[in-house]
Design a protein around this ligand. Structure first.
Ligand SMILES: C[S@@+](CC[C@H](N)C(=O)[O-])C[C@H]1O[C@@H](n2cnc3c(N)ncnc32)[C@H](O)[C@@H]1O
Length: 226
C-alpha cells in the first residue's frame, strides 16, 4: 500500500457519517442496489441497511448480486441485512435514528423540510411495490421528492441520490464533515481493515488485536498471525 493510498483511506474515513444511513426494502435490481451503494460511498454513509428481496435476483434469498455500476463501492459501505422492514425500522429507531420513509401518504412532506443533521435513515421501497403502508406508518416521517411530470415515480437510485445529497448539503453547512464523526476505536478498526483487507480476517480468526500502523500506514508489528 502506498502512502498516498493510506492518506486517502484516512481522509475518507474522517468524512464518514455514521449517523446517516439508508434502508433498502427489497430493492431487487442489482444495478439499482449497486448505484445506491455508490451514492452512499460518495456521501459518506458508513453502513447501509437492506431487507433482501424475497425473489432475490441471486436466487438464494440473499442481497442482489453486485455489478459494475457500483465500481468498488460495496467494499467501502457495509450492508447490514434485516429480516423485514418493520424489524429494521424498529431496530434503527431504537438506535436513535429518525426513519424517513419515501412514501406518498396523508402526512408526506417535501424531503427538503427535514433536518438531516439528526441521526437519520432514509427508507426506500422496492422498484415495483414501493414502501409498504405498515413500514411507512412505523417511520417517523414520510417524505417525497415533488414531481411535475407525466410519470409517477423516480428510479429508486435517483431518489436515493437526491435525498442523500440534500443530507450532505445540510451536514456540510453544519460542519459535520469538518470533524471526524467516527469514534477513535471505530476509526482505528476500519483504517486497518481498509488498508489491509487480506490481513484483517486473520487477526479476527485468532481474536488478536490489529497491529498499530505508522504515519504512512506501515505495519509497526508486521508479523501476521499464521
Ligand atoms: C419506482 S418507485 C416505486 C413505485 C411504486 N409503484 C409505488 O407506488 O410506490 C421505487 C422507490 O423509489 C423511491 N421514489 C421514487 N420516486 C420518489 C419520489 N418522488 N419521492 C420519494 N421517493 C421516491 C421510493 O423509495 C420508492 O419506493
Amino acid at each position: 500500500m502506498t502512502p498516498e493510498r493510506y492518506a486517502k483511506i484516512v481522509r475518507v474515513l474522517s468524512l464518514r457519517q455514521p449517523t446517516l444511513s439508508l434502508l433498502m426494502d427489497e430493492v431487487n435490481k442489482p444495478h439499482n442496489f449497486s448505484a445506491i451503494l455508490r451514492t452512499c460511498d460518495a456521501v459518506g454513509v458508513l453502513t447501509a441497511h437492506a431487507v433482501p428481496p424475497k425473489n432475490g435476483v441471486s436466487g438464494n434469498g440473499l442481497l442482489p448480486t453486485f455489478n459494475a455500476t457500483s465500481g468498488s463501492a460495496e467494499k467501502w459501505v457495509a450492508v447490514q441485512p434485516h429480516a423485514s422492514a418493520l424489524e429494521a425500522v424498529a431496530t434503527l429507531q431504537a438506535q436513535g435514528m429518525q426513519v424517513l420513509a419515501t412514501h406518498l401518504s396523508q402526512r408526506s412532506v417535501d424531503y427538503r423540510e427535514l433536518d438531516y443533521t439528526r441521526p437519520t435513515c432514509v427508507l426506500l421501497g422496492a422498484e415495483k411495490w414501493g414502501v409498504s403502508d405498515e413500514a411507512a406508518d412505523a417511520a417517523d416521517a414520510n417524505i417525497i421528492i415533488p414531481m411535475f411530470g407525466m410519470v409517477q415515480s423516480l428510479n429508486v437510485s435517483v431518489a436515493a441520490a437526491t435525498i442523500l445529497f440534500e443530507a450532505q448539503r445540510q451536514r456540510l453547512a453544519a460542519g459535520m464533515y469538518a470533524e471526524r464523526q467516527l469514534s477513535d476505536a471505530e476509526f482505528e478498526r476500519l483504517r486497518f481493515e481498509w488498508a489491509y483487507p487480506e490481513l484483517a480476517p486473520l487477526y479476527r480468526e485468532r481474536s488478536e488485536p490489529y497491529p498499530a500502523l505508522g504515519a504512512a500506514g506501515e505495519l509497526l508489528s508486521p508479523e501476521a498471525p499464521r
